[in-house]
Design a protein around this ligand. Sequence first.
Ligand code: EPU
Length: 423
Amino acid sequence: MSAQDKHGAFRIEGGRRLAGAVDIGGSKNATLGAMAAALLVPDESILENVPDIGDVEHMARVLRSLGAAVEWAAPHTLRISAADLRGSSPPSDLVGNLRGSFLVMGALLTRLGEAACAPPGGDVIGQRPIDVHLAGFAALGARVQREEDKFVASAERLTGAAIFADYPSVLGTQNLMMAAVKARGRTTIVNAAAEPEVQSLAAMLQAMGARITGAGTHTLEIDGVDELHGTRYAIIPDRLEAGTYAIAGAITRGEVEVRGACVEHLPSLIAKLREAGVSVDTGGDCIRVRGTDELRAVTIQALPYPGLATDLQALMAVLLTQARGVSYVHERVFDNRLLYVGELRKMGAEVVTTGTTTAIISGPTPLLGARVRALDVRAGAALILAALVARGRTEITDIYHVDRGYEGIDQKLRSLGASIERV
Ligand code: EPU
């Protein structure tokens, strides 16, 4: 697996139009759910189309800490065997560094009848409560309590229940699906998340023998089954990686073909790029983007799916620094996901924030190379896009954040003609 160098930086010479085709890998966030699901059964599970990224490496460490065997069977193919689980409680320092690791709670509760996990860490993008997860476990009949630094949930057998989720949380919905798959009777989750990564987990669980309907809507019905089995499952394409390269093509006024994407997962991005004047053609699993010298300002809102993904909000904001007029960016999923604006301003962007969830961008502004810091995986990717269009050299530090979520982003961008080096 790729090493993550905490001291690495990207050095980018801006001003080149990107051209060519780029292949999209498997979804980071769908992979994390699939890895947790492999804990549900003692059989082997084979996951295909798995990205070789830092977060997958980290999740593998979490699974191994519980006694699972996790290894690459081939490039992008992960073999997981959870035959001999020796624990129901991953070390808190591991959980503290990866929010997705909290997904082991639902899987372990089903498999072992108990699970204990510290509050999960993750990117600094706002308050990230886990009440949806915990209230759902309790509704299914688990005893849920706090013991020292961990949440502990236990139940001999869970019982299906009607659950109303206060918020359509992605990880919360995934955790509750894994808790409900073997519960006695029917579970209904109202206000469930509809994100493609939730749909992907539902598809994998169905392949393992689970009975789930409604994936992709806000109401899920899960009929508990007595047995599940291992499976072979191919991870869906990463819509956020696809979106990143589509915006990279647009911002450099280039022509980029994004291959191997799932076009249906990106309706809001495609609509907003077109509204801003970017030419977007789709066909099969390809998205072809042609940039324009006449980008127009637009208003964007990051929302639960199928709204524009919060994970693409910062990248779109960078694009809008090049658009004529005043653009409004509203972040409506997380309460503090505009921290990258400070870094963008160092590059000359005219962006002001009102509160922590709205940014107002005046453009077009020429961006200038600077030394900036990747604050999280998507903020880091957004700065790369800014650097691609900036005059002169940009150095982006803390790029281990970017490596957590993007496989070979420097190689892929170089293949499109960018000047980007890892230093
Ligand atoms: N929320 C609650 N209660 C909860 C859980 C969440 O109120 O119990 C609120 C949060 O405060 C937040 C909103 O719900 O305002 C969204 O949080 P959600 O739980 O949906 O996010 P998540 O499941 O923790 C996943 C992705 C994120 C992505 C979000 C939103 C994984 C591992 N992470 O996080 O991805 O931004 O959904 O789509 O799947 C990334 O890949 O860079 C990333 C941060």
